[in-house]
Structure formats: structure tokens, C-alpha cells
Write a protein that binds this ligand. Structure first.
Ligand code: ARG
Length: 459
């Protein structure tokens, strides 16, 4: 008799290359904890349904605990026939407790088993990542509170645009991350549903109480349709989209900070802990941590794209293609785990250079404020925009800064300019004028900080 779980109808041996091609133990072994928890709960459910005696159920649960202890201690020995984590655990259970182990798989398929394992595993992973994400948000929020006085140029098109608070920039990233956090909380609800009891595709023929089984495993409920339940990997796709967008956000943070840390900008200095040197050029200090945050976004987008392509066009229910869900999932989860912690490390240890930020604030960045000065004197904005533009041009032809134009010069452009126009040229004043909710004024940024702090304490 074949030693394979499914060997009954086969007479010929499997091509050894096929065996290696088919095997998933190399990567799904990391699901061992989930696989054992799922099997222990299933044994209890079989017991409750009268398919195992209390003694048999107890023997299986205890035997599985011993298998788990071997994994925990690094003592579990994978054997040549161990195709996947389910096969490996059941093989070992059989060695430990004998014949009773053969009753564990009653009514169950590896199809509902793997779907359950992945959901259990991912649920814990999400909880860990959600913690890292909240820590990162906390770093941004606390820095924003602490460095509220710092002003810097804000950019559009990477061109100097208007002065903003450094804290406003920090918070702009923190708000993206809050959407990531909300998205992760939301998709967790769709992860935390139990496919166990769906069998191979048609359902379980024995009186298994799936609601009780779901509660036993900490699921919020069970999947409503067995054909969908065994093949649904939307929750993996959703997680991968979350991961891809999260990485896109981290990549954009990284890009900002790479620019800001160049000699040309010089707004921040990265801690040595997150930089490396060049093997050739002794003067170099490279922002590797940030470049990797930016670069690894590519691989996570690849993980997501790969899974969607795998799922596209699959016929109904389980197909072996679905085994290809795990490597991108593990890769994305591992990458995010590293990326979120590194991002928090970089952001909490970088040093800001307030003088360098100040030095880059030039009065041309207040051209809009000049236009707004006239707006406050009743001139329509469309006109004032032209007038301020003419002032910029005039300063350019004179070879002076915009702020160096005298009142007489300005009055040649419009009679509404008065002596108090000199007040336009304060950067702090400019920032403080942007006081509508969501703007860069101190009051507004402090309100943002308070709002996100409150949310983080809830979350
Ligand atoms: N290793 C498989 C996977 O990861 C487990 C399910 C296999 N089911 C099957 N009928 N061969 O998807």
C-alpha cells in the first residue's frame, strides 16, 4: 500500500521531479502552529459529533500538542514523503499515537484545512503588523508635536511652492497610514472566517457544529458556501493590496526623505544606524534603508499582481494553482514586518536641520500671499494673480528678491498696495494664515495631532 495520504487509487510511483514540484512543505511548514490548532479543534468537534470517543479525541489533541512541542523546539524532522504541512503533522501524529490518528481527517479535506490554516496564520500576522503600523504613526505624531515650530518649503512638482510646517508634512504621511490601518482592520474581518467543515468542495457529511468549531478557533463565524469556502483567496488578495499600497506609502515617505537628506536639500540627517558607506568613496553616507523601502515596494506590488494573475480564470473550487498563494503572501508579510519597523526606526532617529529648512524659504514662495493681500482689499483673485506674477517678473528683471521690491514699485502694479504690505513677507505669518481646517497653521496642525493621538489611543 502506498504511504501517501491519497495513494489508494494509484499503482505507479510518482516521478521524483514531480514530487519536488508538487511539494509545498518547504514553505508551508511555517503554518505548523495554525495547522495543529485547527486539527486539535477539529478533533474536539469530531468528539462532540460522536465520531470520536472522548478518549480518542483526547489522545489526538495531546498527540498534536507533542507534535507542536517538537516544532517549537526545532526537533520536528521532515521526512521525504511529507508533501505539505498537513501530511507532515498527520504522519508524525500517527507515529506518536498510532491508529487513532487515522480518524482525525474524517470529513475533512486538505482543501478546507489549508484555507483554515492560512486564515489563522494571517489573522495573527495582521495583528502584529497593525501594532507596527501604529508604532510608526506614533513616531510621526510625537515628532510632529515636538517639532511644531519648524518651517520648511512645501513642494508641488518638486518645485518650491509654499512654506509649510515640517509637522504638517509629517502628518500628511501619518494620515495615509491611518487609512492603511483602517483598511487592515477592515479586511481582518473578512480573513477571520472559518472554511473548516467545507470538506473538499461539497461540505461535511457528519454533524459537525461549525459555529462551535469557529468559536473554538477564535473565528468570527464560518464561510457560508463550501464551494466558495475552499477556493476563496480574496482575503489573500486584499491583504496583498493592503501591503502593496502600504509599501507605496512608505516608498513615497522614503523618496521625500532621500531628497531631504541630500547635500542639496540638507533638511535632515539620517542616523548612522540606517545608513551605509561606499566601498569606494570614503565621503559617502548612503540612505540605504530608505532606498530599500522604496525598492521593496516593487516586490510587494509583484506579490499582489502575481496572485491576481494566478486566481484569474480558475474554474470553480479548489485547484492546485491556489497553492501558489502562500509564497507571495509570506513574502509580503515578511517584507511589511521589516519595512514598518525600519520606517519607524528611520523616522524616530533622523535629525532635522531647522536652519537649512529656513535657508530655503525665499520670498518668491510668498507670491501667492502677495496676491491674497490684494484679495483682502477687494481685488478679484484672477487679477491679483496677474499682478503678483508681474511683481515676480519685475523682481527678476531687477535681480532682487520679491520681498525687496519697494512700495513704490508695487504701487506701479496696483494702487491698493499700502505700507502694511511688508507684513506679507513673514513665513511664519504666511503659514499661520492657512488656518482653515486641514491647513498648515499651528492651530490646524495641533488639531490634527490631537485627533490622531486620540485615535491611536482607541486603536
Ligand atoms: N498544499 C496544498 C495548498 O497549499 C494543500 C491543499 C491540497 N489539496 C489537494 N487536494 N491536493 O493549497
Amino acid at each position: 500500500m502506498s504511504t501517501k495520504l491519497w495513494g489508494g487509487r494509484f499503482t505507479g510511483p510518482t516521478d521524483p521531479l514531480m514530487e519536488a514540484f508538487d511539494a509545498s512543505i518547504g514553505f508551508d511548514r511555517r503554518l505548523w502552529r495554525a495547522d495543529i490548532a485547527g486539527s486539535q479543534a477539529y478533533a474536539r468537534a469530531l468528539g462532540a459529533a460522536g465520531l470520536l470517543t472522548e478518549a480518542e479525541a483526547g489522545e489526538i489533541v495531546d498527540g498534536l500538542a507533542r507534535v507542536a512541542a517538537e516544532w517549537e523546539a526545532g526537533a520536528f524532522r521532515i521526512q521525504p514523503g511529507d508533501e505539505d504541512i498537513h501530511t507532515a503533522n498527520e504522519r508524525r501524529l500517527t507515529e506518536l499515537i498510532g491508529a487513532a490518528a487515522g480518524k482525525l481527517h474524517t470529513g475533512r479535506s486538505r482543501n478546507d484545512q489549508i484555507a483554515t490554516d492560512v486564515r489563522l496564520w494571517l489573522r495573527d500576522e495582521i495583528d502584529r503588523l497593525a501594532q507596527y503600523l501604529r508604532q510608526l504613526m506614533g513616531v510621526a505624531v510625537e515628532r510632529a508635536a515636538h517639532e511644531i515650530d519648524l518651517l520648511m518649503p512645501g513642494y508641488t512638482h518638486t518645485q518650491p511652492a509654499q512654506p509649510v510646517r515640517w509637522s504638517h508634512w509629517l502628518m500628511s504621511h501619518a494620515w495615509m497610514w491611518q487609512r492603511d490601518a483602517l483598511r487592515l482592520d477592515d479586511l481582518r474581518r473578512r480573513v477571520n472566517l472559518m472554511p473548516l467543515g467545507n470538506g473538499a468542495l461539497a461540505g461535511n457529511p457528519f454533524p459537525i457544529d461549525r459555529a462551535a468549531l469557529a468559536r473554538d478557533l477564535g473565528f468570527d463565524g464560518h464561510t457560508p458556501n463550501s464551494m466558495d469556502g475552499v477556493s476563496d483567496r480574496d482575503f489573500v488578495a486584499e491583504f496583498l493590496f493592503w501591503a502593496a499600497l502600504m509599501m507605496v506609502h512608505l516608498s513615497r515617505l522614503a523618496e521625500d526623505l532621500i531628497l531631504y537628506s541630500t547635500q542639496e536639500f540638507g533638511y535632515v540627517t539620517l542616523a548612522d544606524a540606517y545608513s551605509t558607506g561606499s566601498s569606494l568613496m570614503p565621503q559617502k553616507k548612503n540612505p540605504d534603508a530608505l532606498e530599500l523601502l522604496r525598492g521593496k515596494s516593487g516586490r510587494v506590488i509583484g506579490d499582489m499582481t502575481g496572485l491576481l494573475v494566478t486566481l484569474k480564470g480558475l474554474p470553480s473550487t479548489y485547484n492546485k494553482d491556489i497553492q501558489e498563494d502562500k509564497e507571495p503572501l509570506f513574502d509580503a508579510a515578511d517584507t511589511l514586518s521589516g519595512a514598518l519597523q525600519i520606517a519607524a526606526g528611520v523616522l524616530s532617529t533622523l535629525q532635522t536641520k531647522p536652519e537649512a529648512m529656513r535657508a530655503r524659504l525665499v520670498s518668491e514662495m510668498l507670491a501667492t500671499d502677495l496676491a491674497e493681500y490684494l484679495v483682502r482689499r477687494g481685488v478679484p483673485f484672477r487679477e491679483t494673480h496677474h499682478i503678483a506674477g508681474a511683481a515676480v517678473r519685475l523682481a527678476e528683471t531687477r535681480g532682487v528678491n520679491l520681498a525687496e521690491l519697494g512700495l513704490d514699485d508695487l504701487r506701479t502694479l496696483h494702487p491698493a498696495f499700502e505700507a502694511d504690505v511688508s507684513r506679507v513677507w513673514g513665513f511664519e505669518e504666511s503659514v499661520e494664515r492657512r488656518d482653515a481646517a486641514g491647513g498648515t497653521s499651528r492651530r490646524s496642525v495641533e488639531a490634527q495631532i490631537a485627533q490622531l493621538r486620540a485615535w491611536l489611543e482607541l486603536g
